[in-house]
Unconditional design. Structure first.
Length: 210
């Protein structure tokens, strides 16, 4: 079955094969949502589990993510056309003063793999940009990453900014990164802290379904 092959090629990181089979699936008249759910997302789900269990590492995840992006480049325009509804929107970025992005990129890919729409703001993102963009796109989740103890303090500034604007209750605030802890997340009033990328995607999905 072509969907099983898409998932397997994605796990192997064979981007050109994934792209080719996604196109073939569309040409054969398979529902684009089925290709997304049973092909691409199924493959990323397996990658997420393996990563969580330390059976694969960052390079393998990034290669699989590239294969997913290759498939999505064919699939996304078709899904937009038919009005595919995502589970929710996530605005993600690395906080102001911090240029690390590998962890953030993996979280973003895992969230896409869980069926969420991800708006990636990149690195060195100001509090204002996080909030303004979340308001503009109608996000459900604001997800912040930090790898430095000095920059993680901007996470608290963002929560305060949401409170000052009177919109704190509209967003699920997620935080993560090497120096961030559950205690810190609770202290600053964030909703969710997760220690790794795979868990972040799972918890985000659960929070939106709840």
């Amino acid at each position: 079955m072509i969907l099983k092959q898409i998932a397997e090629y994605l796990e192997d990181g064979a981007a050109s094969k994934v792209k080719e089979l996604v196109q073939q699936g569309l040409d054969d008249g398979i529902d684009p949502k089925t290709i997304l759910e049973e092909g691409l997302l199924k493959g990323m789900e397996i990658i997420g589990k393996l990563f969580k269990e330390n059976e694969i590492f960052v390079p393998e995840v990034m290669i699989a993510a590239r294969a997913m992006n290759a498939g999505m480049s064919i699939l996304e325009p078709v899904l937009v056309e038919i009005g595919n509804v995502s589970l929710g929107k996530v605005v993600i970025g690395t906080v102001k003063g911090d240029l690390h992005d590998i962890g953030k990129n993996i979280v973003g890919m895992m969230m896409k793999g869980a069926g969420l729409e991800v708006i990636d703001l990149g690195v060195d993102v100001s509090v204002e940009k996080f909030v303004d963009e979340a308001e503009k796109v109608g996000a459900n989740i604001i997800c912040m990453s930090a790898l430095l103890t000095t920059t993680m303090l901007n996470m608290e500034v963002l929560v305060k900014e949401l409170e000052n604007r009177g919109i704190r209750d509209q967003y699920i605030v997620m935080v993560g990164g090497a120096p961030v802890t559950d205690d810190f997340a609770k202290k600053i009033g964030a909703n969710i802290y997760t220690p790794d990328a795979a868990t972040a995607a799972e918890v985000a999905k659960e929070a939106l379904i709840a």
